[in-house]
Design a protein around this ligand. Structure first.
Ligand code: SAH
Length: 359
């Protein structure tokens, strides 16, 4: 039992915490590894089915622990193979997670919050505001449900924290989730297969720089100047472009590692050749690569996607300046699974979402 006599949720425990919980209940701690293997490698959500544990232990565990798993409400497949999953949490809140196949790896895009507080002006999730943080168990739970639904427990996959929410605004639960995901008795997803995307919460970024488990870092930059970025990313008023670049320069990287700078291209706002030249100058001397994301337009979003020519020109200016550039192919746009298009709020639809479904 937990502190209030309630069963403890196994999904919320990293392995050291599970060992402690077992020992406190007079069970040998080595069972933690077995339990991890059942939950994360074999996708078993019921203690009763963990058949290499004795009958007595299974009965005791079933009394003492719970195992909460998000419920798969709906799945929708895009014509490009991308699949969007709507999941319901224990309190009825709903989140979305996305499977992106063959990029060339298999990738799970998971959420870290219900909604988001960052309110970037081109992002639908930002229109929801922050409803609540996800727990570590709910973050990892998305991976459990997707691995199960897609029969991928034996497949290698990458994880991108690019679903709903700002991961560094839910720091502790996100880091705990990465520890559970990395556990060799569990999913064993090494941090180099995980990419954390942040809008640039500097204090949290500095904390991340000291973590033992270090994911790849992507920073949502979107503009080379404070004037433009301030219009797009409200947080820029607190942590400006120069500070972000300074933090990026100091960020510890793996051998041959680079920081990805994401840049949503908005027609007539940040997509000129001059913007590209300013960006190239800004990133000179940063071990970086630039990921251009042509806007995924949506009703309620007051911007447009640039023409293909404008996108090509922008990319070429960067490449000619010696930067590594990629243009993110939009995946799952037909099912609103693409970047910035994830939006749910309980059963109730927000104004933006009502608009979105009405066309
Ligand atoms: N909060 C994190 C994760 C956001 S989602 C962050 O800000 O980095 C991942 C990327 O999708 C971010 O770069 C985000 O700015 C981008 N994005 C948001 N809305 C978008 C839209 N409508 N079209 C294209 N990309 C978008």
């Amino acid at each position: 039992m937990g502190a209030k006599g309630l069963p403890i949720d196994l999904a919320e425990l990293d392995r050291p915490a599970l060992e402690v919980a077992l020992v406190e209940r007079r069970h040998p701690k080595f069972h933690a590894g077995q339990i991890f293997r059942w939950i994360y490698r074999r996708g078993v959500a019921d203690v009763g089915a963990m058949t290499d544990l004795s009958r007595e232990l299974r009965a005791a565990l079933a009394d003492e622990f719970a195992l909460k798993t998000p419920v798969l409400v709906h799945r929708e497949k895009s014509s490009d193979g991308t699949e969007k999953f709507l999941l319901r949490l224990a309190d009825g809140r709903q989140i979305e997670s996305v499977f992106i196949p063959d990029t060339p790896s298999q990738t799970f895009c998971v959420s870290t919050q219900v909604g988001c507080a960052m309110a970037c002006s081109f992002c639908l999730t930002g229109k929801m505001g922050l409803v609540r943080n996800l727990t570590a168990g709910e973050i990892v739970g998305q991976v459990r449900v997707l691995a199960d639904a897609l029969h991928m427990h034996d497949t290698t996959f990458n994880i991108v924290l690019m679903g709903m929410g700002e991961p560094l605004h839910n720091y502790d639960e996100t880091m705990k989730a990465l520890r559970i995901l990395a556990d060799v008795q569990g999913f064993a997803v090494p941090p180099r297969r995980v990419t954390l995307s942040t809008v640039g919460l500097l204090p949290a970024l500095e904390r991340l720089a000291r973590e033992p488990i270090m994911p790849n870092l992507a920073i949502s930059l979107h503009a080379p100047t404070d004037a433009t970025r301030g219009e797009l990313v409200p947080l820029n008023k607190k942590y400006g472009v120069a500070e972000i670049i300074a933090a990026a320069k100091k960020f510890p990287l793996r051998k041959r590692g680079r920081i990805t700078f994401e840049y949503v291209l908005l027609a007539g706002v940040n997509d000129s050749a001059d913007d590209a030249r300013k960006l190239a100058k800004l990133l000179a001397g940063v071990r970086s690569k630039v990921n251009l994301i042509p806007l995924n337009a949506a009703p309620g979003i007051p911007f447009e996607r640039p023409s293909d020519e404008a996108i090509d020109t922008f990319a070429k200016v960067l490449a000619d300046s010696g930067l590594i550039v990629s243009v993110r192919k939009s995946r799952g746009r037909d099912i609103r699974a693409a970047c910035g298009q994830l939006i749910v709020e309980g059963q109730k639809k927000s104004a933006a979402q009502q608009l979105a479904v009405s066309i």
